[in-house]
Design a protein around this ligand. Structure first.
Ligand code: FES
Length: 352
């Protein structure tokens, strides 16, 4: 036996205790997955011993192909050609769930605090020359993140900041110039930027059509506000924090694709931002350890949780609490595109 056996093609969600020592099965033969039960004794495999660094849930590799073992790194997604599909019939799915209708505020509530928010229901207000609408805040059940939609209609905003919160910005429509730490950074559509705690910025519009942006903040208790100018002069390092969508850099996850724009690679250790592409399909219901916000960029579909379903369309926002079971279905032949933000930062491929 030179290759490990894959007891299953997805990870195991376990609860670990800070400082405790665990023995992860590397051979795949254990009957006590994902932990070792001694079954490796006639092979050259040895279990991987590790100490938990926090108390709480963890997602340990079950396919035995992870490069970050004992933790899942999403490698299981590429062990088959297609992302795991929900095999239940439409009739069965419809009988198990009720359609959640949109209320007057444009919100459809699903299980566990998950919801879909239509853009028509957002409450806009003016802040320092920027039109801002909260999309996801602690009032909506978010624990770690808050998210604001923004429209830039005036030529130049005042300086804005979220205090000591970390912020990730996304340009959805139009072009803007970001004035940050003494630098001028031109931003085009489908570009993300990491703005560090304590930094303030202003935005300059092109003077043509209104630019549409998203701001995701962590912790979510901080909110966007007008601020004094900050200037640390770190211009060189700033350009690395601006990341545009680039089809060449897109990574495969079975028959799905994604590009992490802002994440740990550019210093954003709390929030990851990615663009995802989903083919016409319905993924098997799954969960993530992270809290997530999604903006649908293109394509029609349905979001399913255990007992409810809600239609989704371009411009809709989705809030997914950590560990909430869900499945995003794409009805469009051309597929669906979305931009996601999640806490804690990491890979969008890790699901269970
Ligand atoms: S289960 Fe092995 S990498 Fe995810």
């Amino acid at each position: 036996m030179s290759e490990p056996v894959s007891p299953r093609l997805k990870p195991y969600r376990v609860d670990l205790v800070d400082g405790e020592r665990y023995s992860w099965c590397a051979c795949g033969l254990s009957k006590a997955q994902p932990f070792c039960d001694g079954s490796h004794r006639d092979s050259f495999f040895k279990p991987l011993q590790f100490h938990a660094s926090t108390t709480g849930p963890a997602v340990l590799c079950g396919c035995k192909q992870s490069n970050t073992a004992p933790h899942c790194d999403g490698s299981h997604n590429n062990l088959s050609e297609a992302y795991e599909e929900d095999e239940r019939s439409v009739a069965e799915l419809l009988s198990l769930t009720s359609e959640s209708l949109f209320n007057e505020q444009g919100r459809a509530q699903l299980d566990g605090g998950c919801y879909v928010q239509r853009p028509e229901g957002l409450q806009w207000h003016l802040m320092g020359g920027l039109e801002v609408a909260p999309v996801i805040t602690s009032v909506d059940g978010a624990i770690h993140l808050s998210q604001y939609a923004a429209r830039l209609t005036s030529k130049q905003t005042e300086h804005l900041s979220c205090g000591m919160g970390a912020m990730v910005m996304y340009v959805d429509k139009g072009t803007v110039t970001l004035h940050l730490e003494g630098a001028e950074l031109p931003l085009t559509e489908r570009t993300g930027v990491y703005i560090k705690p304590g930094e303030s910025f202003s935005l300059e519009g092109s003077g043509e059509e209104a630019a549409h942006c998203l701001f995701c903040i962590c912790p979510g208790s901080f909110s966007l506000q007008t601020a004094e100018v900050s200037n640390s002069g770190g211009v060189d390092e700033l350009s690395k924090r601006v990341v545009a969508y680039n089809p060449v850099l897109v990574e495969a996850m079975a028959d799905r694709f994604y590009q992490v724009l802002v994440g740990e690679a550019v210093g954003s250790n709390d929030i990851s931002q990615f663009i995802g592409q989903i083919p016409q399909s319905k993924a098997v219901p799954h969960r993530h350890l992270y809290e997530e916000t999604i903006l649908i960029l293109s394509g029609q579909g349905m979001l399913w949780t255990e007992n409810y379903r809600a239609a989704v369309a371009p411009g809709d926002f989705v809030f997914l609490p950590a560990q909430q079971e869900h499945s995003l279905q794409c009805h469009s032949e051309a597929g669906m595109e979305l931009v996601g933000h999640f806490y804690p930062a990491g890979s969008p491929t890790i699901n269970y």
